[in-house]
Design a protein around this ligand. Structure first.
Ligand code: PLP
Length: 485
């Protein structure tokens, strides 16, 4: 399987080559040259598989430059009930991504039912663990094979940084330098990251905002000599391996909600960067019977606007709202370009022209192209949610079902309600646990959300963090002092 750039001007690559890189040299995102199609017989056989074996079956159709037995071993090491053991009472951790039915629906295929696909039972209690844990094991494997090292530099407002650190802690040949805005994450998120004592994990709290931290990362990455000498890498959401790892749980969710392959499901996905739901689009294109993909945004409704109007207009950072579902507070949807590539018939020239329009005029309008009518064929519908919706949904979900959800999942539930139908189940992807967003949960419920066992005294653990002014040179000096180049 070879990988192409969405902008059509970069050489084709193998999986292991794009694993450690970021954007393609032409500024595009990598995608497989074609999507493998699954047969009915495969779907039937895969239904019975444990999650790790299902992951192997799916990933091996995209990855042919790692020997099958090694890939299988990596999947088995990654997807264990121990790693994904932070389940709510009554859920089965051995399923890795169990379904919690809020309303079970009718019959074995849960017609009309409403369920949560639990994706946040990993070490950092957010769905990013689903892919990042695999990435950690893939990185370690490939670096060992090649005798190379990597120093991951990133900026986080919360969930991505902690998922990366928990995936890379203790790994050979990998160091993580993670910048965060000093004093701006929740106490829980700070404690999660800063309490790690592993020698290969470095937390840097910059005295500024998230955007300042991100600008430092960009400045360091644009210093090509430094980047090369200190082997700087990234694990951001455009990483293809993260997307493909997420394809697996769409299959697992489908199998959890149906009994036969002639049944369809609708799935609702809380979205900001279009990373998670892009994997849903790929699963659907492979032949998984997903009927509707419901794209749920918060007040930052770039994606909802696109699916309603055909206009894609990224926002400036000044136009980006700070909300109570902060992991969806984005101004542009980085992974969206992958979907547009498929939508326009996988034509790199068309994608390049559209993104030129975005860069010069701030937007593109699909209605001015022959592709506007095609969007519906891909199953997408959308909606958005507000702070008041979020609070009301968290309360209503607790009152009706006795289940406490986080703010992002609440956005998913709110929009899912607009599209639920009696002839199929609706699965909402649960992207984080409520414990991570205690402040808003208190506002909604008047009490603290439940915490999984083992997280009770998190904030009391000793913390290890370097506080720094917003200064690229200070960050570079810190990296130099901790890396032998
Ligand atoms: C990252 C994140 C999202 C948004 O996911 P994308 O696929 O990047 O749009 C939603 N919810 C939570 C809790 C997250 O951490």
């Amino acid at each position: 399987m070879r990988y192409l750039s969405t902008r059509g001007q970069a050489p084709a690559q193998q999986f292991c080559d794009i694993l450690l890189g970021g954007l393609a040299p032409d500024g595009g995102l990598y995608l497989p040259e074609s999507y493998p199609r699954v047969t009915d017989a495969e779907l039937t056989a895969w239904r019975a598989l444990p999650y790790a074996e299902l992951a192997f079956e799916i990933l091996s159709r995209f990855i042919d430059d790692i020997p099958a037995e090694d890939l299988r071993a990596i999947c088995r090491k990654t997807y264990t009930a121990q790693v994904y053991g932070n389940v709510r009472e009554g859920s089965d951790a051995t399923r890795i991504t169990p379904v919690t039915w809020l309303e079970a629906g009718e019959g074995a295929n849960h017609r009309g039912g409403l369920g949560l696909l639990e994706l946040s039972n990993g070490p950092t209690l957010a769905f990013k663990d689903m892919a990042m844990q695999l990435l950690g094991n893939l990185f370690e494997y490939v670096l060992e094979q090649r005798g190379e090292q990597i120093n991951i530099l990133g900026a986080t407002s919360g969930d991505t940084g902690s998922a990366a650190e928990y995936a890379m802690r203790g790994k050979h040949n990998v160091r993580v330098f993670m910048l965060s805005p000093n004093g701006r994450m929740s106490a829980f998120q700070r404690a999660q990251m800063y309490s790690l004592q592993d020698e290969n994990i470095f937390n840097i709290a910059v005295e500024g905002m998230f955007d300042d931290a991100q600008d430092i990362v960009k400045a360091v990455s644009n210093d090509h000599a430094f980047k090369k000498q200190y082997k700087i890498g990234a694990v951001n959401s455009i990483n293809w391996a993260r997307v493909v790892a997420q394809v697996v749980y769409y299959f697992a969710g489908y199998f959890g909600a149906t009994e036969r392959n002639d049944q369809v499901v609708d799935m609702a996905v809380p979205s900001g960067n279009f990373g998670n739901i892009c994997a849903g689009h790929i699963a659907r294109t492979m032949g998984l019977p997903i009927r509707k993909l419901v794209c749920a945004t918060n007040e930052n409704d770039v994606l909802d606007e696109f699916f309603r109007t055909g206009v894609y207009r990224p926002r400036t950072s000044a136009e980006t709202h700070v909300t109570s579902s902060p992991s969806m507070d984005i101004s542009k949807a980085s992974n969206f370009e992958r979907f547009i590539f498929d939508l326009v018939g996988r034509n790199g020239d068309t994608v390049r022209a559209l993104w030129q329009q975005v860069e010069s005029g701030g937007a593109f309008d699909l209605n001015e192209t022959p592709f506007a009518d095609k969007v519906a064929e891909f199953g997408f519908v959308s909606g958005s949610s507000s702070h008041a919706d979020r609070l009301a949904t968290i309360r209503a979900t607790r009152d009706a079902y006795g289940v406490v959800v986080d703010t992002h999942t609440a956005d998913g539930l709110k929009v899912a309600a607009q599209y639920r139908e009696a002839d199929a189940p609706m699965l909402v992807l649960e992207t984080a646990q409520a414990a991570k967003f205690e402040e808003t949960l208190r506002e909604a419920l008047g009490e603290a959300p439940p915490r999984p066992a083992g997280f009770d005294h998190l904030e009391a653990l000793a913390q290890r963090v370097e506080v720094m002014p917003v200064d690229v040179n200070r960050v570079k000096a810190f990296i130099r002092a901790h890396v032998d180049a």
